[in-house]
Design a protein around this ligand. Structure first.
Ligand code: 8YV
Length: 312
């Protein structure tokens, strides 16, 4: 039997990409010199697209594959996939939830501690020989701070659990109060930020959360406030954030995600009160392998006519 055709929109964890390319007749869109020609040549038979969370797939791209039945996404966030189009055209979408939760939550805490205790700045202080001229200034503490979590989903809860170990108070906001969460609920982000010392964005990206962490919310955190983002660049007003950080109206930020990655604005790079990270929340070997395995399992389930493992 001939191998199924799979259109690959972008790369993902290499060992699992290798497995996929061995098992199926894969076509790499992102390295193709004739992308239109490639898609046209697959139009009469390609039922499967594999993509990553950053690349996703647009409606007009899906429209050019009339036999498409499955979009398997390497990543939990499916904000770059036009879900409305997929739903309307009977295209199933799968993602990679759960397997990345703990590593992403670890990253949130790493950025939080790194920001509050100025770890990256300390590293520069030592490397640049400034310690020889005197000690580094003392920092803020995470102890007994109020942490506001935007989005108490799987990742938000894993962050909350870790924050409890740091003797913090926890509050959250989201579209709904969670009946099984004991933390105080705030109806909106500004109210949460007024209460909190630290705001951590852990919500999905996409239209519903676009610029949810507004200028008003960041301003409410104040000069000693800290903002951490492991969600998506789109969930925060990045321009306002940079302005408030530069003026000192917002204390500090720890960021794993940005608008228009991998381009990070020079104004942000120039600031000393930020810790910047290149979207690495889930980027550990075991987690990336598990994410890739879910992609493989979903493709295999589709081809065998079995229920998809992690359908969105
Ligand atoms: C990945 C992510 O880096 O899962 C997500 O939503 O943001 C990350 O795990 C991304 O999907 C890879 O493109």
């Amino acid at each position: 039997m001939s191998k199924a055709d799979v259109l690959l929109m972008g790369p993902f964890y290499q060992p699992k990409l290798d497995e996929l390319e061995t098992a199926y007749h894969c076509h790499r869109y992102w390295t193709s010199r004739d992308r239109d020609g490639l898609v046209a040549s697959l139009a009469d038979r390609c039922e499967i697209v594999v993509t990553n969370g950053g690349r996703g797939i647009r409606a007009d791209e899906m429209a050019r594959l009339p036999r498409l039945k499955l979009v398997a996404c390497f990543g939990v966030g499916v904000d770059a996939i036009d879900l409305g189009y997929a739903r309307a055209h009977g295209i199933a979408v799968t993602n990679t939830p759960d397997v990345l939760t703990e590593d992403v939550a670890d990253m949130a805490l790493a950025l939080l501690l790194g920001t509050v205790r100025r770890i990256a700045q300390g590293d520069r202080f030592v490397r640049e020989g400034r310690w020889l001229e005197g000690g580094m200034p003392v920092t803020h503490s995470l102890q007994r701070k109020r942490v506001g979590i935007v989005g108490l989903g799987r990742i938000g809860r894993a962050i909350a659990k870790r924050c409890e170990a740091f003797n913090t108070e926890i509050g959250y906001t989201g579209p709904n109060r969670k009946s099984d969460a004991a933390y105080p609920y705030f109806p909106d982000v500004v109210a949460l930020a007024q209460w909190a010392d630290v705001l951590i964005a852990a919500c999905p990206g996409g239209k519903a959360t676009y610029r949810l962490v507004s200028r008003a919310a960041l301003a409410a955190l104040g000069p000693d406030g800290v903002f951490v983002n492991i969600a998506r660049g789109s969930v925060v007003d990045q321009a306002a954030m940079i302005e408030l950080l530069a003026s000192g109206a917002l204390g500090a930020a720890g960021l794993d995600v940005f608008d228009d990655e991998p381009k990070v604005p020079a104004e942000l790079i120039a600031l000393d009160n930020v810790v910047l990270h290149p979207h690495q929340g889930s980027a550990t070997h075991p987690t990336r392998a598990a994410m890739g395995q879910l992609v493989l399992d979903n493709v295999a389930a589709y081809l065998a006519g079995r229920p998809l493992v992690t359908r969105v």
